[in-house]
Design a protein around this ligand. Structure first.
Ligand code: PLP
Length: 819
């Protein structure tokens, strides 16, 4: 057992729970806030955190997965299970923080704390890379920097560690003091202060002062005066201060930054000498993050020569897992960045979330976990694989091979990546989800390349975390108890099928809705088991609908009667949904239809109305609010009539995305979220609070100089009157980049700058005017992202974002990211 084990009694004492009786005697080593990510249930303590949903609701799930110890604040749950420990506190989040702070205090460990608007995670990961040779480092997993993330990070500290690096982020005033008490840092790094996340603070200075509370008791403060304007140096924290700046005098005074071949050469003045370093990245953010790391190394006493040597070897921080289409109907999750146990657990969670294939395979290299014996390490991993339902293991490396006997699943082992690759042609991979996870030195990207299909150079990247965050955003706007139906029709608004549905099922939305039976059937075949409504059920698809337990929307007497006729007489209570037309005039029963409908519903036992719903025609538009109110009122009246006739309750729903925030009184029993999940809501100004989910990228195939008299493209419609440079890119109208974007109407981002189209859009390509932009063949070009949004594109050609998204053709490969 590691030092982070406490008896449940000790925990109760730390939380000042007076009369606690042990019901399940155990040692606690893991703190858990999500009932879905259980690794070792007996030794986990579950915190019923009050977040978007009440954590107490997940106690039964957690109990079912074997957890027997809970921290709760609602006394109603205190005696739920006679064989489980319930620790009753006033505030569950505070209890988590208190335990973590107590744990932290037991270790006399030097800790670096990082805060700021951007760059926290990169600086943390880079410092880890730079210092790992000299220290046994414990650090925040991923970007765990919140009121919950920080305590979970700090809980990992054990006696083997000689340095901690933790990041801290805040979203509102008064949060930092808590984090300071948990982290107890000796060194503080302020990365920068930007307008981003300015919400919640009266002014930028207030934000700075709040962030500085993290550093109240530190010994060393590393910062740039460029970001501390308004605060006198004497009021900055730290017995010792180390400053860096590109504009004013500082301990590390940057003289110039010069890009060379994708890297940046930096010269600076330090202790009256000129020193230099090379940052192996070309973008501006990496230069700043690199300088912060440079300053930190120097402030810690490393020589300029040593610092330069180490900085040059920095590697990209990619915390995201990538899900791609693989060979032979496989799905491949690529995670060859970090290989430690906590990131393995996270990746295995993502693997387990994939239901599209029955077999889940893991290709894993030796792990370099400091401070654990190989035997302990691989025993723990073997337990983890069992817990996460991995079906097959391919171990690569001498260490994991030596412990082959520990793994109780189908497994094979190879000495090296090369050894695996040589044997690859004889191996069999088909219809399975494969997680490729290896330490950097194993170069597993070579394995991923063998397993994945070549990607056509235009891809749509889908950020699954952004989607989950958008869902959270809307859930937070819902009144208690309101259910969520997620609209995944039209290939999830162009974003994917089972990839999106798996996530939504995992996030426990209540319903999915598709347009056609085919879409629902694909989801069932991909292992989606939650309820699915089909909005346009054709009679020819009834058989498939019933076979796959899909729930049809019935919108008029014909379809209602033919569905009832189709059902065998033995059928009882088949779930269906009634569509009511309250003014949209698309599908649905209208008020005059009720006298025909009601007697059928009353007598018919083959079906059961699970929900009756209507659709708003203009919920996003303030000018139509009166009409929206009228639709709601009509719905309520008709729903009440149907309810009275049926004699049982059904789910009532009318809200689409924009109605959720704009018309809270229309939330009823459930809302149907569509475009908002994918990051767009025309009812919210500037989409504020939503995250961009899809990024469409293409590449430059060729670059040409054209003279003033030459023409470009079909019909000779394009020209550059002053002459210039054009780039041909690999996207055309067959990919969904409409012809109407041609002749300068549309723009794409090349090297971050807007480049207008020239001439007509062709089927598979189009041309951009890149005069004055630094670009070369093979460079990436952004069609839309969070800067150039689907809203902007829609405006350019006079349509709506829905159409931009759903137009992206299926031949554009989707790649999924998950953190
Ligand atoms: C598409 C659709 C929605 C979702 O609309 P958004 O504006 O994308 O939220 C809701 N209800 C029905 C019936 C739909 O067809």
């Amino acid at each position: 057992m590691s030092e982070s084990s406490y008896t449940i009694q000790q925990i109760a004492e730390q939380l000042n729970i007076g009369s606690f009786k042990v019901k399940y005697d155990t040692l606690i080593s893991t703190l858990l806030i999500d009932s879905r990510s259980v690794i070792s249930p007996e030794t986990s303590l579950f915190f019923a955190i009050q977040a978007h949903r009440n954590g107490h609701e997940f106690i039964s799930d957690a109990y079912a997965s074997g957890i027997r110890s809970f921290v709760i604040s609602d006394p109603a749950y205190a005696d739920l299970y006679p064989d489980a420990n319930f620790l009753l506190v006033n505030d569950v989040q505070q209890a988590l923080q208190q335990l973590a702070a107590g744990h932290r205090s037991r270790f006399n460990l030097d800790v670096i704390a990082i805060t700021g608007s951007n760059g926290k995670t990169v600086v943390k990961e880079w410092l880890y890379q730079l210092l790992a040779a000299d220290f046994n480092i414990v650090r925040s997993p991923k970007s765990f920097n919140s009121q919950l993330g920080v305590p979970l990070s700090v809980w990992q500290i054990s006696s083997e560690h000689t340095l901690g690096i933790f990041e801290a982020g805040i979203s509102k005033s008064d949060e930092m003091t808590q984090l300071a008490a948990i982290i107890q840092p000796a060194t503080g790094i302020l990365t920068n202060i930007r307008e981003a996340h300015a919400e919640g603070f009266a002014s930028p200075k207030d934000k700075l002062l709040e962030k500085l509370k993290l550093f109240k008791d530190i010994k060393l403060f590393i910062y740039s005066p460029d970001y501390t304007t308004g605060v006198a140096v004497k009021d900055l924290p730290g017995e010792r201060k180390f400053s860096w700046s590109t504009t004013v005098k500082a301990d590390l005074e940057i003289l110039f930054v010069e890009p060379i071949k994708g890297r940046n050469y930096i010269r600076a003045r330090y202790k009256d000498e000129e020193i230099e370093c090379l940052i192996p990245f070309s973008d501006r953010a990496s230069v700043e993050n690199g300088i912060i790391c440079w300053a930190t190394l120097l402030a810690m006493g490393y020589s300029p020569e040593e610092a330069d040597l180490r900085l040059e070897k920095l590697t990209a921080v990619n915390m995201r897992l990538t899900l791609k289409h693989g060979i032979n109907q496989c799905s491949v999750i690529d995670d060859s960045y970090s290989a430690d146990i906590s990131s393995l657990a996270i990746a295995l969670d993502f693997l387990r979330l994939q239901n599209q294939h029955v077999i889940r395979t893991l290709i894993l290299s030796d792990l370099y976990e400091t401070g654990k014996s190989d035997k302990d390490l691989y025993t723990e991993i073997a337990g983890l694989l069992k817990q996460k339902q991995v079906g097959r293991l391919i171990g690569i490396g001498e260490h994991i091979s030596a412990f082959a006997g520990l793994f109780e699943l189908e497994s094979s082992f190879y000495e090296s990546t090369q050894d695996f690759i040589q044997n690859f042609p004889a191996m069999h991979f088909s219809n399975e989800t494969i997680l490729v996870k290896g330490a950097r030195r194993f170069e597993f990207e070579r394995i991923s390349k063998l397993l994945t299909q070549k990607i056509h150079d235009t891809v749509m990247e889908i950020d699954l975390n952004a989607l989950a965050n958008n869902l959270k955003y809307y859930k937070a706007k819902l009144k208690p108890g309101v259910k969520v139906m997620a609209m995944v029709k039209a290939f999830s608004y162009g974003s994917g099928s089972f990839e999106i549905a798996n996530l939504l099922q995992y996030q426990k939305v209540d319903y999915l809705a598709v347009a056609y039976a085919d879409e629902g059937i694909s989801l069932r075949k991909a292992g989606i088991t939650m309820p699915i409504m089909v909005m346009s059920p054709e009679p020819s698809a009834f058989e498939a609908i019933v076979k796959h337990k899909l729930e049809p929307e019935l919108y008029n007497m014909d379809i209602l009667k033919s569905f009832i006729d189709f059902l065998p007489d033995t059928q009882f209570s088949y779930p269906v949904h009634l569509k009511i037309d309250t003014g949209m005039h698309r599908l649905g029963f209208e008020e005059p239809d009720l006298p025909d409908l009601l007697p059928v519903l009353r007598l018919e036992e083959k079906i059961r109305i699970v929900s009756a719903f209507s659709h708003l025609a203009a919920s996003e538009d303030a000018q139509q609010d009166e009409f929206t109110a009228y639709q709601l009122q009509r719905y309520n009246t008709m729903a009440a009539t149907i309810r009275a006739e049926l004699g049982y309750d059904f789910i009532r729903h009318i809200s689409n995305t924009s109605a959720i925030t704009r018309h809270p009184d229309a939330q009823l029993d459930m809302v149907r979220i569509g475009i908002g999940l994918y990051g767009f809501d025309s009812g919210i100004k500037g989409n504020s609070g939503l995250h961009t989910v899809g990024v469409l990228k293409t590449t430059i195939t060729q670059i040409k100089k054209v003279g003033p008299l030459e023409t470009i493209g079909y019909g000779r419609r394009g020209s550059l009157p002053g002459g210039g440079t054009i780039a041909t890119v690999k996207i055309g109208y067959a990919d969904g980049y409409r012809r109407s974007f041609g002749n300068g109407v549309g723009k794409m981002l090349v090297d971050g700058k807007a480049a207008p189209t020239v001439g007509s859009i062709a089927m598979d390509m189009c041309m951009l005017d890149i005069t004055g932009i630094d670009a070369k063949t093979g460079d990436e070009v952004i069609v839309f992202n969070d800067q150039l949004t689907i809203g902007d594109l829609a405006e350019q050609i006079g349509t709506i974002p829905y159409e931009i998204l759903t137009n992206i053709s299926q031949r554009v490969k989707r790649v999924y990211f998950y953190e």
